[in-house]
Design a protein around this ligand. Structure first.
Ligand code: ASP
Ligand code: MG
Length: 407
């Protein structure tokens, strides 16, 4: 008997027809002789709707109350799913994150899972029930309800799969798997059969919206095999596992892009030890997620520092950066939210020189100006103008032989 964790995203449980279809699939899986733990997201766009209600009342709602509010979305879908499963004649029980034993730190809105005390779920499974857990939430060390950050239900699923030693964690979504590029931008994009954790991490971090970054980190750290697949067609999707297991030997696996970040620049920062440390410490303390960082060669004892942050962190980073710029005698702080990041990801890059050169040539041919560059051993990213990024994605996809063969 296998233990299977199945996670269903918002579009997969958007209305009662979808919930019924999910219930049928869950029951089918159970009747094939598996133990099943289901993790659900809130229905459709209901998390956004709840957020809108809160923001209608307060531009900065108290984090504790906001978390309490947002976790309601997942409670609705978990109980409705159990009701649908019951109609099909199988026993099931729903659990909030807190009931499921998901213990987090106290950082509201982006809490980290510290521990999963899954005894209650184990008992329920042992009693023959299908277990249904509300995604995206937990209870903190100070006994407040927390959320794990947008898209956090993936992390719930992976954490439960790790704690229960599940055989596989299936992530059901509205796309058929992980693609070589966003199919809305590149119609010739192909579904990948398998990618490594490392590639998936780079893709998730650079705009591949299929899986939340933290869920992939968690899966890699705990060796949880992921299978990303469609809840509309139920066809096999993309496996995310160790690198040796992924058989596709292409140099580049995917082109990703991301328009969710903004660029902050501090000009004429005094060039002396300790300044960057102070700046990025202050940003870290304000919980701002800094991504790419570029510092220029100094001229006349000062230098410019640019970095990117999620647009949602821009107000917080603005406050911190402006206060600090004043303190250290820098000239000015500017913000630019018209940027996009374009990335090539591929484990084959490690053994193939010249990928960066080829990428820059392609962008030059397309007339795209590169504003920032960053690399890892399996990724190259360029910041370009947001209104040009789709052209860059299409050109790179074609150049690196990712386009599907025409049928
Ligand atoms: N409902 C939450 C969100 O929309 C969590 C999730 O879907 O994973 O971000
Ligand atoms: Mg979602």
């Amino acid at each position: 008997m296998s233990l299977i964790v199945q996670k269903f995203g918002g579009t997969s449980v958007a209305d009662t027809d979808r919930i019924r279809a999910v219930a049928e699939h869950v029951v089918r899986t159970r009747r094939q002789g598996n133990e099943v733990v289901v993790v659900v997201s809130a229905m459709g766009k209901s998390t956004d709707d709840l957020l809108r209600l809160a923001n209608d009342l307060h531009e900065e709602p108290p984090p504790r109350e906001l978390d309490m509010l947002l976790t309601a979305g997942e409670r609705i879908s978990m109980s409705l799913l159990c009701i649908a499963i019951s109609r099909l004649g199988e026993p099931s029980a729903s659990f909030t994150g807190s009931q499921a034993g998901i213990l987090t730190d106290t950082s509201h809105g982006k809490a980290r899972i510290l521990e999963v005390r899954a005894d209650r779920l184990r008992e329920s499974l042992a009693g023959g029930q299908i277990v249904v857990v509300a995604g995206f939430q937990g209870v903190s060390t100070t006994r407040d309800i927390t959320t794990l950050g947008r898209g956090g239900s993936d992390t719930t699923a992976v954490a439960l799969a790790a704690a229960l030693k599940a055989d596989v964690c299936e992530i059901y979504t509205d796309v058929a798997g992980v693609y070589t590029a966003d199919p809305r931008v590149v119609p010739a994009a192909r579904k990948l059969h398998a990618v490594s954790y490392e590639e998936m991490l780079e893709m998730a971090a650079t705009g591949g919206r299929v899986l939340a970054l933290r869920s992939v980190e968690f899966a890699r750290n705990h060796g949880v095999a992921l299978h990303v697949r469609s809840s509309f067609t139920w066809e096999p999707g993309t496996w995310v596992t160790e690198e040796e297991a992924t058989m596709e030997q292409a140099i580049i696996s995917a082109v990703t892009h991301d328009t969710s970040e903004a660029k902050v620049t501090i000009t004429r920062v005094p060039d002396k030890p300790g300044i960057a440390a102070r700046l990025f410490r202050a940003l870290a303390d304000a919980n701002v997620n800094v991504d790419m960082i570029v510092q220029n060669v100094s001229t006349g004892g000062t230098t410019d520092i640019s970095f990117t942050v999620p647009k949602s962190d821009l107000p917080a980073s603005q406050g911190v950066t402006e206060a600090l710029a004043h303190e250290i005698g820098a000239e000015a702080v500017t913000h630019d939210d018209g940027i996009a990041r374009l990335s090539l990801v591929g484990a084959g890059m490690k053994s193939h020189p010249g990928v960066a050169a080829r990428m820059f040539e392609v962008l030059a041919d397309e007339g795209l100006n590169i504003e920032m560059i960053s690399t890892s051993s399996i990724r190259i990213s360029c910041v370009v103008r947001a209104d040009q990024v789709e052209r860059g994605v299409q050109a790179l996809h074609a150049t690196f032989d990712l386009d599907a063969a025409p049928v």
